[in-house]
Write a protein that binds this ligand. Structure first.
Ligand code: BDR
Ligand code: CA
Length: 299
């Protein structure tokens, strides 16, 4: 089992990713750190607590993190994830109050664990990680690897023409994390848009155990605001899948920087560019196998 901290803004697809991580038996989840993103900080933090309550995991703490991006105003995603961030899916109330100060908690936790043994799975804007590398660079260097859902390479964006939500939410945070020297792997829209759940996929999960049933409800809710679609992309679960089954992905090292301007493409990844840094990027995926593995882990 690999020790991980999940940094997240649940979020429907975050929620499916967290359920997978808790159910699949491949991770030792040390904590869920939260960040404002899909919806405000209080909501995403409560949602993280509700998912743990559902899974009866009162041993896993939720630690509230950044309430907004480093310098900009956040983007509102209620249209996709619903006013509660979970598309109206009912979950039990959190078992405990969340802790405060995700950055401080991460720093303490990383200092206490053997160097290189804790990975960070980042499913939201990178604000918390940016604070960590800014305030505690030596402790941040103790992280094993960081796997991030964000950005778009050849694929079009979902915020601006080329910008993706997590990175567009806090471009300066992306810049800081890119330059931090951390062992970083990015899973962009190019890959995550290929991992698509249909209604039939959700229906198939619905007959199973608690994590899979909740995932089925969350995926079904994902269709609510977009009833015409045949399938919905499971962005964040791809991070978990990369951690457990790297053989399903094609990874390339690319030189990347981030658009720090003020136009529609703020936060977009730029390939090359003067101050680009080498980063591992998932550029391909065996999508059918990935979906099968996700379902298996959720069950
Ligand atoms: C990312 O943005 C959020 O809406 C999803 O949870 C995912 O992390 C996709 O662009
Ligand atoms: Ca997310």
């Amino acid at each position: 089992r690999r020790k991980v901290v999940i940094d997240t803004d649940p979020g429907l697809d975050d929620a499916v990713a967290i359920l997978f991580a808790l159910a699949c038996g491949r991770f030792d989840v040390l904590g869920l750190t939260t960040v404002a993103g899909n919806i405000g900080l209080d909501r995403v933090t409560a949602n993280a607590g509700r998912l743990l309550a559902l899974m009866q995991r009162d041993d896993v703490p939720v630690i509230a993190g950044s309430a907004g991006p480093l310098v900009r105003k956040g983007i509102d995603e209620a249209a996709i994830h619903g006013d509660d961030g979970l598309g109206g899916v009912r979950l039990p109330e959190p078992l405990a109050n969340p802790l405060e100060d995700a950055t401080g908690w991460l720093a303490e936790r990383l200092a206490a664990e053997e160097r290189g043994t804790v990975d960070v799975l980042a499913l939201g804007p990178l604000t918390n990680l940016a604070h960590l590398v800014g305030l505690y660079p030596q402790v941040a260097a103790r992280i094993g690897r960081v796997i991030v859902m964000g950005g778009a390479i050849a694929e079009k964006g979902n915020v601006g023409p080329r910008s993706e939500f997590n990175f567009a939410s806090d471009p300066e945070a992306v810049d800081n994390v890119l330059r931090s020297g951390l062992d970083l792997t990015i899973v962009p829209l190019d890959v995550t848009r290929k991992v698509r759940a249909s209604r039939a996929y959700a229906a198939d999960l619905a007959g199973s155990d608690v994590a899979a049933r909740a995932a089925a409800d969350l995926i079904t809710a994902y269709f609510k605001n977009d009833a015409g679609r045949e399938s919905r992309p499971l962005h964040d679960p791809c991070v978990m899948l990369l951690a457990v089954a790297p053989q399903l992905f094609r990874i390339r090292t690319m030189s990347l920087s981030v658009d720090l301007g003020n136009e529609a493409d703020a936060g977009a990844l730029i390939v090359g560019g003067d101050d680009a840094v080498p980063v591992k990027v998932a550029v391909g995926i065996e999508a059918e196998w990935a979906l099968a593995l996700l379902a298996e882990g959720l069950r």
